[in-house]
Every structure is written in structure tokens, then in C-alpha cells.
Ligand binder design. Sequence first.
Ligand code: ATP
Length: 381
Amino acid sequence: MTTKEKNILDSVIYSYTSNTSQTGEENQILKETVSKLKEELDKFKVPPLMVSEVRNVFGKDAIIRLPNGNQFYVNISEECGKVKPGDMILADQKNLTIIRKIPTTRKFDIESFVIMEKPKVSWDNIGGLDDQVREIKEVVELPLKKPELFKKVGITPPKGILLYGSPGTGKTLLAKAVASSTNSTFIQIVASELVQKFIGEGAKMVKEIFELARKKAPSIIFIDELDALASKRIEIGTSGEREVNRTFMQLLAEIDGFNPLDNVKVIGATNRKDILDAAVIRPGRLDRLIHIPLPKNEGRLEILKIHSKNMTLGKDVDLDNISSLMEDLSGAEIRAVCTEAGYFAIRENRVKITRKDLLKGIDKVRQEEATEGEDYMRMFG
Ligand code: ATP
């Protein structure tokens, strides 16, 4: 073999061996990718496990409660180890065998689920509701401030009241004002959230909210959109309806369970008194019903004065006249008019609010009201 031929042969052998080792590496990478993909694929094939709570344990069996409230007698798998009532576990979806324990307990921190504050709302922040304010002072403020007076006179004040009326008329504001004047803890819950967000936990939440209120007394529990929880129901068929009903029953039991002179008061609020279940407004419960109407002329002027008090108003602004142009607007809408007027001024680099700004504000709020009305009609016909 000539030297030239030998060189050619060497280079062929070199290229062959280096190609083989490269192919080997590629092979390895491909194998690893395939095995990772297989693992991922296997994860997709595994059915999800059901999160449930252990109620009772009988040796190798147990009663568990599913989130929808149904209870089942099931096996405990060998790999699970010991479980006890109250433990949260994962159960197989088909036969509900307990597979393993999970490190969460049903004891949640109720304080992180409710709005709890010591509000600073003075009675002076409320316009046009003199009669309602007087009534609330009598039935909520006075018993909290002077319980001994009621003992001496021998009467029991209502445990709670129901504020009803159109949206944005100041129901929340009134509840906060009475909490503020009695230095009470204000605990706010929205009934619709209670039944939608905490499925299976509503009744327990209600119980814990009342416990919290007693712990933080004097306190006021404000239940907004009470109709979501306490509406008349003809049938209780679906598990969702059963759940709402259980939560409602717990609410009634809690209201029945406390003393009218305990320093906890319940204030319910609704825009739909017509659909409320009569059970919640029976004597001994939220039996003082207070209507919060849309403000009349005088009331509108008072509310306008409250919300424009920190604004720099131009000389051409006659609040009396402006308030007469706001017929049918709620307190919240009157506040919105002031805010919008402020924005019109800001857009033109002014700090002084003119009559024109306020008129444009009224137009804008009325337009929004009309659009909301149309949307409502489209949705609910
Ligand atoms: P919803 O039924 O929609 O919950 P609401 O009746 O509870 O409404 P609020 O939340 O109290 O209404 O009112 C919203 C805002 O509107 C208040 O924070 C306040 O700024 C203003 N407002 C409403 N009514 C009055 C009023 N009578 N006096 C002064 N401000 C008011």
C-alpha cells in the first residue's frame, strides 16, 4: 500500500469512528427525551384524586365526607398509614379508597376570608337618611352602648336589622357608621361569595364568623347581598341548593344562639327584599326592617355637599340647582358625578370645577346607568 493510499484509509477510519461516537451521543439524548415524554404522558393518564375529609375511622375502614357534603364508607389503602377524624385525604375517584393523607387541615384562618376593620365613618358622612340613622341608633347603637338601660326597662332589643333598598343608597355606609360610633369591629361578608367560593364550607364559615365576632366583640356582622343566601326556594334539589340551604340554616341557628344583649349585632343588606325567605326576618332574628330609599331633593343636596366638600368649586356652581338635576340618582351615583367632574377639570389642566364639569359628570353617570340597564335587560329580559 502506498503512503497516499494509507493516508486515505486512515482518514476514512477516523471519519467512521467519530461518526459512530456522535451517533451514540445522539442516540442517548433521544432515549432520554423519549423516557421524559413517557413520564409526562403517564402523568396525563393518572386520574385525579378526590380531596375529602375523614369523619370517622373503623380499623381499616373510614367514613369520608366529599366536598359536596355526601358521606361514604370506604377502605383505607395499606400505603396510606394511620388517619384520624379531621384529616384531609386523597381518595380514588372510582371506589373512594383512601390513597394518602395531605398536609392540610380543614381549619382555615377565617380572618383571611372576611373583611374585618374598625371603620372611621362618621354619621356626618351620610346625607339624606335622617330617619333611618335615628332608627339604627336606637336599635343597634343604644343596646351596644347602654345594655343596662334595656335590662332596667325590661325590653330586649333586636338581634339584628335588615337594610333594604336600591344599590348604592348607603346601606354599607350606615353599617360602617354604626360600627364606628360604637367602636365595634366591623366584619363584612358577601353572601353570594360565601355560597360560591366556599363550596362545602359555607355552614362552617358562618359558624366561624360568629365565633370570630364574639371573640372581637363588640362587633357588627354585616351580611351584604343577603338574598343570595336567604332567598325563598321552592325546591331544594341540586347539591348546590342543598349547600346554600345548609349555610342558611347555620346562619339562622347562629342568630338564634346568641343573646340580644351580647355585644354582637347582625346587619343584613339586600336589594331584593321581595325574594327573601321569611324565616330570616321572623321575630327574634333580623326583625327590624329599615328601608333605605333613593335620596329626595334635600337628601341629594346633602350628599352632593358631602362629596364636593373637598373640591374647589367655581363661582358659577350652584349646588342646589345641580342637585335638582340629579333626580333618581343614588348616593353612589352622586359621588360618581363629583369624581367625573373632577376628571373633566383635570383633563383641561384645571383644579377648579365648573358647573359645566358637573353637568358633563351627570350626563356620563346617566349614560352608564342606561347602558347597565340595557345589559341587565339583555341578560334577564
Ligand atoms: P349596594 O346595595 O350596591 O351594596 P349600598 O347601599 O351598600 O350599595 P354603599 O356601598 O353604602 O351603598 O354606597 C356606596 C358609596 O356611595 C358610599 O361609600 C358613599 O360614598 C356613597 N353614598 C351612598 N349613599 C350615600 C349617602 N346617603 N350619603 C353619602 N354618601 C353616600
